[in-house]
Design a protein around this ligand. Structure first.
Ligand code: FPP
Length: 157
């Protein structure tokens, strides 16, 4: 196993971008680009784990992404569910701890259950911490924090 060539490099965040361009170049539908992008993630996580990178963050699906055509959104949801289900055992057995951040309540019950199962099955792991931003947005986060502060002010705490 190669050592981390940059031991100070502990955390890498990836913005999952360029899937559409990858597909367009090959005259393929955008969904094919997303499928390729998701498959590449697996290789990236393996490479990070082999190099002892402890934290990996994937910006996978933003709050703005819901505005994409419905067939593209459903292809993304299918991919999310597929990988949550197919990779849970590999993550569990390879020391990867998965956490999803963002507002998960917008996802289907099936996806929410798969997230909960993947998080609980890998909760004891500590080799590589994988955080997936799903239905996450910087603006949404600021708005949520502001609402929480306003509620505390309103009730005097
Ligand atoms: C941006 O590419 C990428 C996405 C909108 C989604 C990437 C996520 C996955 C493939 C995994 C699914 C995961 C979840 C959480 C649903 P783009 O279409 O903007 O590409 P472009 O920059 O070339 O246009």
């Amino acid at each position: 196993m190669p050592d981390n060539p940059h031991p100070s490099l502990q955390h890498i965040a990836f913005i999952m971008d360029g899937n559409g361009r990858w597909a367009k170049k090959r005259f393929l539908p955008r969904a094919a680009g997303h499928a390729k992008g998701a498959a590449q993630v697996k290789r990236i996580i393996e490479a990070c784990a082999e190099r002892d990178v402890r934290y990996v963050t994937l910006y996978a699906f933003s709050t703005e992404n819901w505005a994409r055509p419905s067939d593209e959104v459903s292809a993304l949801m299918s991919l999310f569910l597929k990988y949550l289900q197919s990779e849970v055992r590999t993550m569990r057995d390879n020391g990867i701890r998965l956490r999803v951040f963002g507002d998960r309540t917008a996802f289907s019950d099936e996806i929410q259950a798969a997230i909960a199962l993947a998080e609980s099955s890998t909760a004891g792991n500590d080799r590589l911490h994988l955080s997936v931003a799903a239905n996450y947005g910087g603006r949404a986060e600021i708005a949520d924090a502001t609402k929480a502060i306003a509620a505390k002010v309103a009730d005097g705490t």
